[in-house]
Design a protein around this ligand. Sequence first.
Ligand SMILES: *[C@@H]1O[C@H](CO)[C@@H](O)[C@H](O)[C@H]1NC(C)=O
Ligand SMILES: *[C@@H]1O[C@H](CO)[C@@H](O)[C@H](O)[C@H]1NC(C)=O
Ligand SMILES: *[C@@H]1O[C@H](CO)[C@@H](O)[C@H](O)[C@H]1NC(C)=O
Ligand SMILES: *[C@@H]1O[C@H](CO)[C@@H](O)[C@H](O)[C@H]1NC(C)=O
Ligand SMILES: *[C@@H]1O[C@H](CO)[C@@H](O)[C@H](O)[C@H]1NC(C)=O
Ligand SMILES: *[C@@H]1O[C@H](CO)[C@@H](O)[C@H](O)[C@H]1NC(C)=O
Ligand SMILES: *[C@@H]1O[C@H](CO)[C@@H](O)[C@H](O)[C@H]1NC(C)=O
Ligand SMILES: *[C@@H]1O[C@H](CO)[C@@H](O)[C@H](O)[C@H]1NC(C)=O
Length: 471
Amino acid sequence: MFQNHPFQQTFCILFISLTLIFFFVQYKTKYPEFSFASNETTSSFSFEELLVEYSANSTEATISREIIFDVVEVLNSVTDLQNDINKTLFQQDNTVQQRNIYILGLFELTNKLGNQQEEGASELIAAKLAVRHVNALKILPGYKLILLINDTQGDPGVAIDRLFHAIYSENTVLVVLGSRFSNVTEALAHIVPYWNILQVSYGARSPALSDRRQFPLFFRTVAPDSSHNIVKVDFIRHHKWPVVVVFSHSENQYLLPINHLITQLEMKNITCISTVTFTTDNYKEQLNVLKELDVRIILGSFSASMAPLIFCQAHSLGMTGSEYVWIIENHQINWWKEAIGNCFQSNLTQATESVFLIGDYEYNNRILQSSELVKKIFENLSKISNRAKNTYDAIWTIALTLRASNAKDLDNLQYTNMEKAYHFVKLMENMQFIGLSGLVKFKQSDRVGDYIVSQIQDKYKILILKYSNTK
Ligand SMILES: *[C@@H]1O[C@H](CO)[C@@H](O)[C@H](O)[C@H]1NC(C)=O
Ligand SMILES: *[C@@H]1O[C@H](CO)[C@@H](O)[C@H](O)[C@H]1NC(C)=O
Ligand SMILES: *[C@@H]1O[C@H](CO)[C@@H](O)[C@H](O)[C@H]1NC(C)=O
Ligand SMILES: *[C@@H]1O[C@H](CO)[C@@H](O)[C@H](O)[C@H]1NC(C)=O
Ligand SMILES: *[C@@H]1O[C@H](CO)[C@@H](O)[C@H](O)[C@H]1NC(C)=O
Ligand SMILES: *[C@@H]1O[C@H](CO)[C@@H](O)[C@H](O)[C@H]1NC(C)=O
Ligand SMILES: *[C@@H]1O[C@H](CO)[C@@H](O)[C@H](O)[C@H]1NC(C)=O
Ligand SMILES: *[C@@H]1O[C@H](CO)[C@@H](O)[C@H](O)[C@H]1NC(C)=O
């Protein structure tokens, strides 16, 4: 994927890396007490207050067309989008002289076969909506934020090609927004530092992206897949369970968080006897292996589609019920409410009794009446991505960071301006605001959040405790 670009010669990379290291040293010595008041980033605009007001304390993680953008509706009326919709859904007014600044938004709009991806489309709409609000509320006085858009097709190579296309076109890209896929996001995150471009992903959850040394300019408005590990470890410690076993799907998405988890367990003197991995073909045999180990605390790492199969089989092997503790990820869907194959609802209900689920604490926004506007904005989509809120918030994260920098030359930055890029990183790391997806706050590159532990009891999901990580 590199050979097309003369800049990407090894020598050049080496040179740039050296400059980067050099700059780090420079930067550290030059600004020894580089600090930003955390309220500098959040004060003096109405968005936060507005959203605080409309955030309730609900914990039920449901996503529906009606509630996603109820807060946005308030903003719609504030920004007069309501009356503008027939003319231009997302265009902004050109009445004042403004200087343009550019964000490159990369979305999974189609797949390899060229089929439209509705999730990507809804994320794009959310991003456009946020840009519209940012401009209308004059979050960046004197500037107009412009979202350049391209499609990654879910392919890291295509994404890099699109990034270079934007870099070599006439407008300087200040920030890259994207994407949802971890593999695409990671490929981009390797490249952007060479051009001093910040990157904010709205959906990539791979733990690999937490590495600040590899990805110094990367942020994400979703928490990584490994973010629940701290809750799992504390939960196990709280119950003084000394020995556990891990049962994981042998795919990176499930294994990577497990590597992190095992380190965390060791640090807390909890013994992990073994990690039993399985594929979709051999999970039944591997459950037998798991049973042989005779450990009663099982940490599971697998998808919502594998879960019912696994629990049904575990049930028939007698590995469920009061003598076993299963701790697994909470997924968006209540997978234990759907009978599957020769496993009836009654089997599944028995099999999943007392299973612990670790998930994100979701701030639900108060349900306002679904307006014609929201319906109209999404009229052509049958489903909305559960990352749409994170995409909306990513634009605000970018805008509030640029605002906090107080920079007067945002429209005139060069790709060689490393100082500015790291200034933005510092600001972004220290900012927080209440967005559509809850409190937006980062620990280095990662979104941090609050978590909940629930338990399945007679096929209902019961909240056990809330775990706060944002204080
Ligand atoms: C927030 O701003 C006020 C005044 O604007 C200042 O006195 C205070 O120290 C700031 N708080 C933080 C946490 O920086
Ligand atoms: C939300 O929580 C706060 C404090 O935790 C409480 O004061 C408030 O009443 C709660 N609001 C609702 C709607 O439950
Ligand atoms: C927008 O157009 C619809 C018909 O397409 C019309 O019913 C509605 O009144 C118009 N809204 C405004 C604000 O002009
Ligand atoms: C997307 O990138 C391709 C090159 O990869 C370019 O030809 C196309 O014009 C770009 N689309 C937009 C809307 O900029
Ligand atoms: C990238 O990830 C997506 C979603 O996980 C997957 O469908 C796709 O095949 C992956 N592409 C490559 C080249 O690994
Ligand atoms: C783990 O065990 C070691 C040795 O027994 C002990 O020194 C250490 O404090 C323990 N750590 C925790 C977190 O309990
Ligand atoms: C489901 O439960 C029925 C009895 O209710 C039992 O006969 C059957 O074997 C169970 N199926 C599985 C796959 O455990
Ligand atoms: C939905 O599709 C129709 C027909 O293609 C189009 O006229 C309309 O503008 C679309 N709506 C939105 C919100 O994009």
